[in-house]
Write a protein of this length. Structure first.
Length: 173
């Protein structure tokens, strides 16, 4: 298994398109383990029992198990798995009713900031729109919808083209 430093070095050497394809392929690879939510939350769930200043990459399997995600949240978990550089303190907030206990809460601005150099903001907006309703007529199941979105990114070499004509016919079921 690669160390965090090795993964970060690999990330630095990739082009923007290669990073986008890597994230999309990782989402597809781990699709079954993700728990999807509708809109209004990106990545939320129970906190982890780790230090606030720890990197979360070594704990990615627990993070995936504890969280519900939307399209951007699922992509963010893949970003952590592949490229790390995320401290626990950046993705938590205090539980309202428990002192010194935290819950996972990743906000949109943090995800967008992390994806600088991979996806432009307008592309992330299009991905979010497709997941939250634009593609739900053809993909009522959120897992199928994110699968189609990620396949679109892979097929288009790191670009998301928000056009259902761009999805292969056998992918619409």
């Amino acid at each position: 298994m690669q160390s965090i430093k090795q993964k970060n070095d690999q990330f630095k050497g990739m082009t923007k398109k290669e990073k986008a394809v890597a994230v999309a392929k990782d989402v597809l690879k781990h699709l079954r383990s993700l728990k999807f939510t509708g809109c209004a939350s990106y990545c939320e769930g129970d906190g982890l029992n780790i230090s606030k200043d720890e990197n979360v990459q070594p704990h990615i399997s627990k993070l995936v198990k504890n969280c519900e995600v939307c399209a951007l949240g699922g992509m963010f978990l893949s970003y952590i798995r592949l490229f790390d550089n995320v401290k626990y303190e950046k993705i938590i907030e205090p539980k309202y009713y428990e002192e010194n206990e935290y819950q996972i809460h990743v906000d949109r601005d943090y995800i967008i900031d992390k994806f600088k150099g991979i996806f432009d903001r307008d592309v992330l907006d299009c991905i979010e729109d497709a997941y939250e309703g634009g593609w739900d007529e053809f993909y009522p199941d959120p897992r199928d919808r994110i699968k189609a979105i990620m396949k679109n990114i892979v097929k288009n070499n790191g670009r998301f083209i928000d056009d259902l004509d761009n999805v292969e016919e056998d992918e619409v079921w």
